[in-house]
Design a protein around this ligand. Structure first.
Ligand SMILES: [Zn+2]
Length: 97
């Protein structure tokens, strides 16, 4: 009888770790920063001007690029579409470095 020569591969070990939210985003200081950024923008997207949609308080210089986490001048209000466009561009620029 032939035994299998193919090793078993445990795919469970290849799963990425569960995504954990950055604890900074749950802090009272971050909530205050977010509220200040959105108020400063008049609760409108600062790229396309949309109102009445969910807004993201975006770090202009992203945290992973060394941007200040709680500086209101490093924040801008963006709608979901503009936030996605900005985030993708920032990621592409980071990968090109
Ligand atoms: Zn927008």
């Amino acid at each position: 009888m032939l035994s299998s020569r193919i090793a078993r591969y445990d795919t469970r070990t290849a799963l990425p770790p569960p995504k954990q939210p950055d604890p900074r985003y749950g802090s009272a200081a971050h909530r205050d920063w977010r509220a200040a950024v959105l108020a400063r923008a008049g609760h409108a997207c600062q790229r396309c001007g949309r109102r009445g949609v969910r807004l993201f308080a975006d770090h202009i210089v992203e945290l992973r690029d060394g941007g200040a986490a709680l500086d209101v001048t490093n924040g801008q209000a963006l709608c979901g579409a503009c936030h996605t466009t900005k985030t993708v561009a920032a990621r592409a620029a980071r990968m090109a470095r």
